[in-house]
Design a protein around this ligand. Structure first.
Ligand SMILES: [Zn+2]
Ligand SMILES: [Zn+2]
Length: 588
């Protein structure tokens, strides 16, 4: 660790900047190396194209599954993987999951809804920004599908368009009309304002019988007319404005017995509604993973999602273990494969307090942009993300299910990593030992002397005070040292009009394997001091990528730089091959 120069010379030796003669060339004339690497790059790109090819996905339909928060104790971490696997099981759907755990994440949520055939809501999320509500309304109004599962009916209480989409939801006697099935007339009837139960609710959880009331509807066609649902909450007393329920159809009801805390009515448990050209399937079942283990639940969820997406149902097979009128399918799961919890491990983005005024050291803007890039990237499909701005989550245990952590934070005495931050140091030490990926950008690569020893075990290099330099360079060119590395896949040498990538990093010799990724040209100082980005494989397992830029937020506009960072996120998360299943990679 005291001889960084020797180390880097060793590291560089087998790579592109091979021998001492080229090293001398680098010193005199950095551009030659750059040209040589462009040729390497072309060869490498051809190889990559052959190797990877276009993303081949057999699924016809794309679903966005929104989850991540529920103030009423619904375990979305357990139920979301069930919904995901039900949709993906037969290859009909590709599922992307948006995990919005904090209010900030929900506010920053801004997907391109047009990419999806259907949006599925699971759990009672936090409010979206008006800038996201409006395109969502346009999306559904224009024919986009929406599926609302159980407690997602209660979210967005003040968003009138959402209330109109779902038709009926929580409310009191005066909040519009209610619905029930009348056995005497054998028809669905409306409960006028002022009548019915005072407030919506549900009785105790128990098994109850689902009765189909619209047997011809595509979602219901061919299913047994009654079945015993696995123990679940039976919602009652839902209300909706009369103009919102003009097209509402009650597909199925269940009798809500007074003895179990219900209303004595046949309550709607599945409805469909329209909002403009959009189709909405509103499934009130599904309080818990246990309730979702019902084969009946899974079957109607799958059919209803296809119907919301396309207006048709082609997935018409009735599973052999579908529940009967007298016997539930509790514990069975014919429609879904085994759920591996590691499939939901997330990529966490952390953006610290901005310190340099607009455009520089913009940690929050950087973290937010990288999260959005991951959320909208094909390569990260289905992988949840989390975003923490200004501070770490109050409960550091929220980091425990991270596959990788991307850190944009101020350096040295403002760094997160300081020995006085005992809880933070302990948590990261634990995460690093468990092999969680880490990325440090710009100032986050600079840790003070007292925490340096620990940091070097995690990252392999440090921008050391009094040793490293931080030149602000006009027309800075960065060359690729290791084009064969997965992080460099498809990345060309890049140029920045003005940037500050730290140089002369202190590298650790003992903590793992350092692979230089980018060098700055033209050189300043010794060639070995030019490494500005490196990959690190920790001795005990786990990967870190460090890049000593960017100082300016605008530098993320450089396509090659962005590609490099995205490749690196995949690499640290052990996810560099987009065609491999995440689950496979996670099992050690
Ligand atoms: Zn519930
Ligand atoms: Zn800077």
């Amino acid at each position: 660790m005291n001889k960084p120069t020797t180390l880097i010379a060793q590291l560089l030796a087998p790579l592109v900047v091979l021998d001492s003669s080229i090293m001398r060339v680098v010193e005199r004339q950095g551009t030659i190396v750059a040209k040589r690497q462009r040729i390497d790059f072309l060869r490498h790109l051809l190889w990559c194209c052959l190797l990877i090819g276009p993303m081949a996905s057999g699924a016809e339909l794309k679903a966005l599954l929104v989850t991540g928060y529920d103030p009423h104790g619904h375990k979305w971490e357990e139920t979301t993987p069930i919904l995901e696997s039900v949709l993906q099981h037969n290859g009909k759907f590709d599922v992307e999951i948006a995990t919005l755990s904090s209010a900030q994440e929900a506010q920053a949520f801004a997907p391109d809804f047009g990419k999806y055939n259907v949006v599925v809501m699971n759990a009672h999320g936090r409010d979206w920004s008006a800038a996201t509500q409006e395109p969502f309304e346009r999306y559904v109004n224009g024919g986009g599908g929406l599926v609302v599962v159980h407690n997602a009916v209660g979210q967005f209480a003040t968003w009138s368009a959402y209330r109109a989409m779902i038709g009926i939801g929580p409310g009191g006697q005066q909040d519009g009309v209610g619905f029930k099935f009348d056995e005497s007339t054998h028809s669905v009837v409306q409960i006028p304002p002022g009548e019915g139960v005072k407030q919506n609710g549900h009785g105790s959880q128990h098994e109850w019988v689902v009765k189909i009331r619209e047997p011809e509807h595509p979602i219901m066609a061919g299913l047994p007319q009654t079945w015993m649902h696995t123990a679940d909450e039976l919602y009652h007393g839902f209300r909706g404005k009369s103009e919102s329920v003009k097209n509402l159809k009650v597909l199925a009801t269940a009798f809500s017995a007074k003895e179990t805390g219900g209303t004595g009515n046949h309550e709607p448990v599945m409805v469909v509604n329209r909002f403009g050209k959009g189709r909405i399937f509103h499934l009130m079942l599904g309080h818990s993973a246990g309730a979702m283990s019902c084969v009946g639940f899974q079957t109607v969820f799958l059919r209803g999602t296809e119907w919301a997406a396309t207006g048709k149902v082609t997935l018409t097979d009735v599973p052999a273990d579908f529940p009967s009128a007298g016997k539930s399918s509790a514990g069975k799961s014919s429609a879904r494969p085994t759920v591996n919890k590691s499939a939901t491990r997330k990529i966490v983005f952390i953006g610290g307090v901005d310190t340099h005024g607009p455009g520089a050291h913009a940690h929050k803007a950087g973290a937010t942009q990288l999260k959005q890039l991951v959320d909208t990237s094909e390569d990260f499909r289905g992988i949840p993300t989390a975003l923490h701005l200004d501070r770490l989550p109050e409960d550091l245990a929220e980091l425990d299910d991270a596959a990788a952590i991307v850190l944009m934070w101020e350096g040295w005495e403002q760094h997160l990593f300081q020995s006085k931050n005992v809880a933070v140091m302990n948590k990261f030490s634990q995460l690093m030992q468990r092999g969680v990926g880490l990325m440090c950008l710009h100032a986050a690569t600079a840790v003070g002397d007292e925490a340096e020893k620990e940091f070097l075990k995690w990252s392999g290099g440090n921008k050391k005070r009094g040793y490293s330099s931080h030149p602000m360079t006009n027309d800075l060119e960065l060359s690729i040292v290791t084009p064969e590395h997965p992080i460099c896949r498809g990345v060309k040498p890049m140029r920045f009009p003005r940037e500050e990538f730290y140089r002369r990093i202190l590298f650790a010799e003992s903590a793992g394997k350092v692979t230089p990724i980018l060098i700055a040209t033209p050189p300043v100082g010794k060639p070995t001091d030019q490494v500005v980005a490196w990959a690190f494989e920790r001795t005990g397992g786990g990967r870190t990528f460090s890049c000593t830029g960017p100082h300016f937020h605008d530098s993320f506009q450089n396509d090659d730089f962005r590609r490099l960072i995205m490749n690196a996120i995949r690499w640290i998360a052990n996810k560099e091959n987009p065609n491999e299943s995440y689950q496979q990679e996670e099992s050690k």
